[in-house]
Design a binder for this molecule. Structure first.
Ligand code: WQD
Length: 339
């Protein structure tokens, strides 16, 4: 199929593009490069062995979005593009609502006008809100504790209502748990533009000497070692889940399907630190500090629906995640080059 990948130069987007091309799909990437560097494109092309069709514009620009669909024959869309920093969303709520909702409105309007009705949407386990029981199942109610999370809750609702108005749509809502890791080549990976908010990239930067030490946010949670538990999923497994969902949309009868993409296993902060020490071969300095506001004690998936309906399962271990992250970070201590 000819697949438009919004945010295809981003972390999860770029890894998914590599797998889409390997699976024989034609890919068109749309990226504003607000959260990605152009040098990613060359890295992806080196991995796929072919030129990548990249259109550099912001999806909230509806004229440009409409023009693309009017002059190209897109079969399906994977929609990654969006702002995703929880803390930043609290400081800049309007920008988050305008960008994340606006890009989806613009994209779906152009899709509807041009008869493109296959959509895989990048959602997040953040839609389970603050007090969800674990393991989290797709039928749990959704809510949020920050504007970023609300944009995901609202985008899911917009897509459900679009499909209810026209049941010819086939939409996959993919709820990611904690994406980590990098392509095993070590040439593409996670490259936060500023101080990393998330644990794995911060840990990787400590390991490579860019950061002094890790602050462990809370050592008094009701968990075995007192630190937060999360369902870390390798970005390669996550990418494979998108391919499986895209294929599944050809066969499902429901206009909207919701699938958790997680391993179903929880790993604590200190367990991840230990795993990363095994990967990098040296001790990583950390100190336990106060809890981060808004964090929950434990979050991990019930992935049984994705196993049963997508024929997909996460296969990579936490040690794989750390080894691949370390290979990427040690080969690219400062991330992607600017040019
Ligand atoms: C993981 C664990 C922290 C950093 C976030 C978003 C979520 C999704 C994934 C987009 C927690 C601890 C972290 C650090 C630490 N993003 N930690 N020191 O918060 O589970 O999820 O990213 O969809 O929406 O909320 O991920 O990596 O920030 O935290 O101790 O420097 O690591 O307390 O227990 P989180 P995270």
């Amino acid at each position: 199929m000819r697949v438009l990948v919004s945010g295809g130069a981003g972390y999860i987007g770029s890894h998914t593009v590599v797998q889409l091309v390997a699976a024989g799909h034609e890919v068109v990437v749309v990226d504003s490069f607000a959260n990605a560097k152009p040098s990613v494109v060359g890295r992806v092309e080196a991995l796929t062995g072919q030129r990548l069709d990249v259109r550099s514009f912001d999806l909230t620009d509806h004229d440009k979005t409409e023009h693309l669909f009017a002059h190209d024959s897109i079969d399906a869309v994977i929609h990654f593009a969006g702002f995703k920093a929880v803390g930043e969303s609290v400081a800049k709520p309007l920008e988050y609502y305008e960008n994340n909702l606006g890009s989806t409105f613009s994209l779906v309007r152009a899709m509807r006008r041009h008869g493109v009705s296959r959509l895989v949407f990048s959602s997040s386990a953040t839609v389970y809100g603050a007090n969800a029981p674990v393991p989290m199942h797709e039928d749990l109610p959704t809510s949020a504790t920050n504007p970023y999370g609300w944009t995901k809750v609202m985008q899911e609702q917009v897509l459900r209502d679009v499909a209810a108005a026209d049941p010819t749509w086939r939409i996959a809502l993919l709820r990611y748990f904690n994406p980590v890791g990098a392509h095993p080549s070590g040439t593409i990976g996670e490259d936060p533009s500023d101080i990393p908010n998330n644990l794995m990239p911060y840990l990787a930067q400590v390991a490579v000497g860019r950061r002094e030490s890790l602050s462990v946010f809370g050592g008094d949670y009701p968990t075995p070692d007192g630190t937060g538990i999360r369902d870390y999923i390798h970005v390669e497994d996550l990418a494979a889940g998108h391919i499986a969902a895209l294929n599944r949309l050809e066969a499902v009868s429901d206009p909207v399907s919701t699938w958790n993409l997680g391993t179903g296993h929880g790993t604590s902060v200190l367990e991840l630190v230990a795993a990363f020490e095994r990967a990098c071969g040296h001790a990583l300095p950390y100190r336990i500090v106060d809890r981060r506001p808004g964090d929950v004690a434990a979050s991990y998936a019930d992935p049984t629906r994705a196993h049963a309906e997508l024929g997909w399962r996460a296969t990579r271990t936490v040690d794989d995640m750390c080894a691949d992250t370390w290979r990427w970070q040690s080969a690219n201590p400062h991330g992607y080059p600017d040019a």
